[in-house]
Design a protein. Structure first.
Ligand SMILES: Nc1ncnc2c1ncn2[C@@H]1O[C@H](COP(=O)(O)OP(=O)(O)OP(=O)(O)O)[C@@H](O)[C@H]1O
Ligand SMILES: [Mg+2]
Length: 259
């Protein structure tokens, strides 16, 4: 009698483990899907980010070419200056493409990284897209804390939240649109908050936005962005990701333990 109970218990334990593993596998697949879904958006970002420097490159040598055609004398310094400009533009382009590549690499191991570094690489990815719509991006860093975790995944969360705010600011045609990111420390936690003035999350209950495939009032939403973000913050970084409405927009708070 006793033995059967123990057997039952072991069987139950085995089944629970099986189910947990299965649900982890599901999360992994969803995660990969989410990355693919954001690929299209990222390519859009690259083309935005490269258009301007390509145009600048095009025009750098125009005055030099004109002088040569007109048979005018040309200073070495003019040529050197043009070459220097060209170098700085190609460096910018190469940095952006590196940031994109990093973004799509899977982090193999946890590392210690500075929040500001990741924020900077995000800015390299989204800035031109935001400028196109006159969206102001404010970053307020009271500290530049370090955290331990998967840094590309961390960036992915930032991009998801920024892109969501951008989507709403554009589709609701908000005047003087802005996104404000603040970074500070509180006890043993690093806190990153995101605010916008797009009018807030119009979903009730609000936490539905974190469910997989939940998308609302969007043409091409897959509904994976926030689900994936929560997974990254809460399962992989042992933190918390929460959403509220505040003032005239949405407010996201990401709380991550320092160690
Ligand atoms: N800053 C915000 N302001 C208002 N609503 C928001 C904001 N961020 C998210 N939402 C709402 O939450 C929903 C879920 O967001 P989520 O990122 O998970 O999916 P999505 O943006 O619709 O699709 P995708 O998978 O392409 O990101 C959005 O469809 C939107 O309605
Ligand atoms: Mg989204």
């Amino acid at each position: 009698m006793r033995q059967t109970k123990i057997d039952d218990f072991l069987e139950l334990e085995r089944r629970i483990e099986e189910e947990v593993n299965r649900s982890r596998e599901k999360d992994k697949i969803l995660f990969q899907q989410a990355k693919l879904a954001s690929l299209g958006e990222m390519i859009g970002n690259i083309s935005h980010q490269w258009r301007q420097p390509l145009m600048e490159m095009n025009s750098i040598f125009l005055p030099i070419e004109a002088k040569i055609t007109l048979g005018q004398s040309l200073e070495n310094s003019e040529i050197l200056e043009a070459i220097e400009k060209l170098n700085s533009i190609t460096k910018f382009m190469s940095d952006t493409i590196d940031d994109f590549r990093d973004f799509f690499l899977n982090d193999k191991e946890k590392t210690r990284f500075k929040i500001l570094e990741q924020i900077n690489s995000i800015i390299n990815i989204v800035s031109t897209g935001l400028k196109t719509y006159n969206i102001k991006l404010d970053i307020i860093m009271k500290k530049n804390p370090e955290i331990v975790g998967y840094k590309n995944e961390f960036s992915q969360v930032l991009i998801n939240i920024i892109n969501n705010a951008k989507d709403e600011l554009i589709s609701r045609k908000i005047e003087n649109p802005y996104i404000k990111i603040s970074v500070f420390e509180e006890n043993d936690f690093v806190i990153v908050t995101f605010e916008d003035n797009a009018g807030g999350i119009r979903v009730n209950p609000l936490d539905m936005i974190f469910e997989p495939f939940f998308t609302f009032e969007k043409k091409n939403g897959s509904g994976i962005g926030l689900f994936m973000s929560k997974l990254i913050v809460e399962k992989n970084m042992q933190g918390k990701l929460k959403a509220y409405n505040k003032n005239d927009g949405a407010f996201f708070e990401m709380k991550i333990p320092k160690e």
